[in-house]
Structures are given as C-alpha cells and as structure tokens.
Design a protein around this ligand. Sequence first.
Ligand code: PLP
Length: 379
Amino acid sequence: PLYFDYQSTTPCLDKVVDAMVPYWSEFWGNPSSRQNRLGLHASAAISLARDKLGSLLQVSPQRLIFTSGATEANNLALLGYSRAKAQETGSTGHLITISTEHRSVIEPLRQLRREGFRVTELTPNVDGIISLDGLSKSFEDDTFLVSVMLANNEIGVLQPIKEIASLCKSRGVIFHSDASQGFGNLPIEIDKLQVDFLSISGHKIYGPKGIGLLVLGSNSIKIKPLQWGGDQENGIRAGTLPVPLVIGMAKAAEIAIEEIDLQVPRIRKLRDKLWQGLRDEIPELMLNGSFDKRLPNNLNFTVIGVNGSRLHKKLRPLISCSSGSACSNGSPSHVLMSLGRTINEAEASLRLSLGRATTLNDVEMAIDIISNTVNYLRK
Ligand code: PLP
C-alpha cells in the first residue's frame, strides 16, 4: 500500500543505518565502562553525538538526557519534575495542559492527579489551537507546570509555543513542550523558544525507534528519576545508553536540519495538492484543525456521511493512513472529540501524513483511491 503515515513513524535513512552499523558489532563497548578501550570508544562516540545534537538544538550538550523515546521523555519531565518539586516544597500543586495532547502527556498527568496534584485540561479552540486568554485565566496561585505540545500528532496544528513560554516565564511557571512532531519540520532553537523541557523522538525524524531526548532549558531544574540503579545521564536516567541508537538519532537530526529547507517546501506543496485534489473530487470533507497553523506534512479531515470502520477497512489494503494516533488502539480520537466532532465523525476521519519519499504520483494515486472509495461508500 501507499504510505501516508509518516507521523506514526518514519523509516531509518540509509545514512542513519550506515552511521549505526559499526556500533552494533565493531565498537560494541559499554560507554559507562571507561576503564577499557571499547568502553572509551563508545563513550567518545556518545559525547560526539551529544555535542552534535546540542549544537543542532542550540543548547549545551549537558542539558540533553537520552531516553527510550518521547513517551519516556514526557513521563520523565512531568512526573520527575512534579515529584521533585513536591518533595522540595512538601506540597503538591496545580498543572495545566490541553486535552489534545498525546497520551504520553495526558496519562502521566492523570497519574499525578492520583498522587494528589490538580490538573487542568484546557479544551483548545475549534481550530485545535489553545486560547492564550483561556490559558492566562487558568493559572492558579500554585500552578507550577504547563505542558503544551509544539505540533499535534493527529491534526498537525502548531501551538503558539513562544507566547505560552513567555506567559509561563512571567509567572515563574515551568513549561514543557512535546516537540516530537515538530522537530525536523520546524526550526527549533531551545533558548529562543524559552521552554524548560522539550521532548523529541528518534523515529519521527528518520532515525531509529527506541531513542529520544529530554532537553532541559537550564541546568538548575531538578528532576526525580523514574528509574534507579546507575549514574548515567547525570543520575537522572539510569541504564546503559544504547550506543547505536544514540549515534543514529544524532545522524538523523543532522540530516533533518540540513535538509529542512529542501524537504519542507516540497512536502508542503504535495500536501496542498493532496488537499486540493481531494476537495475537487469529494464533496463534504471537513478539515480538522487550522489549515494555516499546521505542520507541512499533515492533513486530517472528516468524511461526512460514511461509516468510519467501512472507510478504513476499504482503504487499508491500498493506503496506509490512520484515523488517529497509533497509540490510541482504535478508540475514537480524543483529539477530534476535543474539537467537537461526534464519535461517528471522529471515526470517519483520515490522517494523511507525507514524508521524504512521498511523490506527486503517490499523491495523485491517493486522491484516486480515496475519492473512489468514498464515492462507492456513499452510493
Ligand atoms: N508524542 C507525540 C506527539 C507523538 O506523536 C509520539 C509518537 O508516537 C510520541 C509522543 C511517542 O513517541 P515515542 O514513540 O518516541 O515514545
């Protein structure tokens, strides 16, 4: 089938695989074992990868914590910071997020609620974007943490991160942003964004699965570890680093940034063509989320008047796309429901995401496949 699911995951680029290969079999040392040569070699390779990622993100390399992915990075930031803060102050407090976050933000926040913290889940505007006024009004005296993603994984909308960061700064509130879907599609300079925590995933940027980063906005933020038993990552994240994955992630990030001006306009043009073509062929499509403030590679729309499960079943052999997040297990999208879609509408929605290998021919075929399928189902 045609692949239109790059927001779910991306293939490792050949150059990324090439960069990783020697670290599986030739330089297989433990980077924490600096008493032996292989260990030293691995440790030096990690340092270089960390330096490279630091310079790409424009932060000091000491502020990067390697994790198993963005899920862990989100958990580490939210649980780790909140628990450290509670331990230090002797009391819980209030956190704010939006209802359209990825589950790897929503669920740790629900866990914090069970631990006695209070959490406000703001519903975004109908275009999927947070109301800054609503956010301002939801701060309470003991609000200490806000988490709002850079770009949504389902509807692709971009949140006003800079504005949120400055609102938080002016109130002395820590700000976390899940940038898994933005990195590689948008320029990200941590210091300019003024975020305190940023999460990134390797496999969304044509790097390996099982690796991610939590970026700290400053060195002074305290985090209580989620796992214990090693001094790696400044004692914040115990466990031997997966050297090949770290090398692969750094290579993928380097290529993503190097080629951003080449890929992004090309992909955006294809995405716009896809949307135009679909609208020309299929009446009554409802776009989900703002069109303008959206990732260049995302399209998400509801097909009015068709049964979602029949639509997805018919499309499955022909085109890989999704009705929501890969992590939501087929239940109707909480993101689309937050925008006011009914269950039926949410189910009859398609997320199409484009990537480096998408061609004009793929787009034309997708338009044909989807329009034929919808027109058949509507008959
Ligand atoms: N956050 C967002 C916005 C995502 O799209 C994903 C992808 O599934 C994740 C977090 C989880 O990332 P990972 O698979 O690296 O844990």
